[in-house]
Each structure stands twice: as structure tokens, then as C-alpha cells.
Design a protein around this ligand. Structure first.
Ligand SMILES: Nc1ncnc2c1ncn2[C@@H]1O[C@H](COP(=O)(O)OP(=O)(O)OP(=O)(O)O)[C@@H](O)[C@H]1O
Length: 232
């Protein structure tokens, strides 16, 4: 396999700052990180250690200021907006707050995950969304509005929305924080299955012990530095 196929993420000498002038503060220091395709990696660390900053940089949601970030074989530092948009389409995002549209059904919410791809015929989008909801065990809830779903079910709809475009990389920020033990286990099980079946890579920020024990690798950030990197 070519290097870019095996390593979904290659970070070298990544620094990041917030603010300007006297308020300028360094959030990441000289980060190096390689993540292989199909792996399930957990990123941990105290509040303010830089976890969200890493996730948003890798997700092409903020610009790389200094250092190199190669994502799916493409350099993000200095990348053009069209390149970043094309890369974002290959990512799936899952956040703690599920961010579902309250006026749309589960099916319609999942179909929103295909919108960025554009031009997909409605009939195919419905079929793909129905399939994705089946994957997260919600085949019998496709026509429900979020208000009529439990917290765990809503988060599973968000997972289906993130997965519908068959992303190469899933970036998740505390996806199980609002879930009961069974739903959390289901979400983790699903992401791990996708890793082995489709080669989907997952990088997940969490403090949830239920997830840690199932991770392939655990990275710990402290004050903007990786202080521990454990492979299970
Ligand atoms: N938009 C911003 N403007 C200024 N400083 C910021 C901004 N975002 C983050 N920071 C600072 O950068 C550092 C890292 O923040 P980050 O949100 O990445 O940490 P985190 O590990 O995700 O924390 P938490 O677990 O609380 O979400 C912190 O010192 C934070 O105050």
C-alpha cells in the first residue's frame, strides 16, 4: 500500500496559537502524530489541553498555522479552499451535542449528511439514509422527529449522518457523553466494525472509560503536548 493509503493522518511539528498581541497564547507545541487507516484512536487530556484544537485542525475546520498536517495524503498547510472542501467531504463529524434539525425526521436528518456531496438523486439518498439508520439499529424510527427519540437514539441518528457519505476518517468529540451504557457500547461497536469492514479510521476525544478499554491506541495531551501514546 502507498504511504498515503496506510497513514490517514501524518502530523509533523504542528504548532498552533490563539489570539494576537499580548493575548496571543500557544495551544499546541511541536506535535508529531501518525495514525494508520482502520485504527480506532482515543485522544484524552484535561480541559484546555488542546484536544478540540487538534480535532478541528485535522477536520479542516481551522487553518494550519505552522508545521505539516497531511490528511489522506494531502498537505493542509497552505492548501486551497477547494482542496479543503474536497477533503472535508471525506470526513464524518460526530459531536457531543447531536445537532439534529428538530423539524426534520431521522431519515431527513441523515440525508443532510449527503448534501455536501451534491447532485445525488433523491431516491438514492433515501435508500442510503435508510441503510445508514439500519446500521445504527434505528430501522423502526426513520420517520420520527428528534423530539420523539431518546438521547441515545438521537446520537445514533447523528452517527448515521456522519457515516452516510462513507467517510475515510471519523472525527468525534465526546460522542457518548450523553449516552447510557448500552447506547455508548453500540456506538463504539459500530465505529469499530466500520474500521474492520470498511477501513474507516476513527479519532475520538473522550474521557469515557467504556470507550478507553476498547481503543486500539490512547493518546494523552497535556498543555498542548502529547505526553503519552499507548498502543493496546
Ligand atoms: N477560539 C479560541 N480563542 C482563544 N483561545 C482558545 C480558543 N479555542 C481554544 N483556546 C485555548 O486553547 C487551549 C486549548 O483549547 P481546546 O479547546 O483545544 O482544549 P480541550 O482539550 O478541547 O478542552 P475541553 O476538554 O475543555 O474541550 C485552551 O487554553 C483554550 O483556552
Amino acid at each position: 500500500m502507498a504511504m498515503e493509503d496506510r497513514n490517514v493522518i501524518e502530523v509533523r511539528g504542528l504548532n498552533h496559537w490563539f489570539g494576537t498581541g499580548d493575548a496571543r497564547k500557544q495551544a499546541l507545541y511541536d506535535l508529531d502524530l501518525t495514525i494508520e487507516a482502520g485504527s480506532f484512536t482515543v485522544l484524552m487530556g484535561p480541559s484546555g489541553s488542546g484536544k478540540t484544537t487538534v480535532l478541528t485542525l485535522l477536520g479542516c475546520l481551522r487553518s494550519v498555522q505552522d508545521g505539516s498536517v497531511r490528511l489522506l495524503g494531502q498537505e493542509l498547510n497552505g492548501a486551497s479552499e477547494p482542496t479543503l472542501i474536497a477533503l472535508r467531504r471525506r470526513l464524518g463529524f460526530i459531536f457531543q451535542a447531536h445537532n439534529l434539525h428538530e423539524s426534520l425526521t431521522a431519515l431527513q436528518n441523515v440525508m443532510m449528511g449527503l448534501q455536501v456531496h451534491g447532485g445525488i438523486p433523491h431516491r438514492l439518498a433515501v435508500r442510503a439514509a435508510t441503510h445508514a439508520l439500519g446500521l445504527v439499529g434505528l430501522s423502526d424510527r426513520v420517520d420520527y422527529l428528534p423530539a420523539n427519540l431518546s438521547g441515545g437514539q438521537k446520537q445514533r441518528v447523528a452517527v448515521a449522518r456522519a457515516l452516510i457519505g462513507n467517510p475515510a476518517l471519523v472525527l468525534a468529540d465526546e460522542p457518548t457523553a450523553a449516552l447510557d451504557a448500552d447506547s455508548a457500547a453500540e456506538v463504539v461497536g459500530l465505529l469499530k466494525r466500520l474500521g474492520s469492514v470498511r477501513g474507516t479510521t476513527t479519532l475520538l476525544v473522550t474521557h469515557d472509560n467504556r470507550i478507553l478499554e476498547r481503543a486500539d491506541r490512547i493518546l494523552v495531551l497535556e498543555d498542548g503536548r502529547i505526553v503519552s501514546d499507548t498502543i493496546a
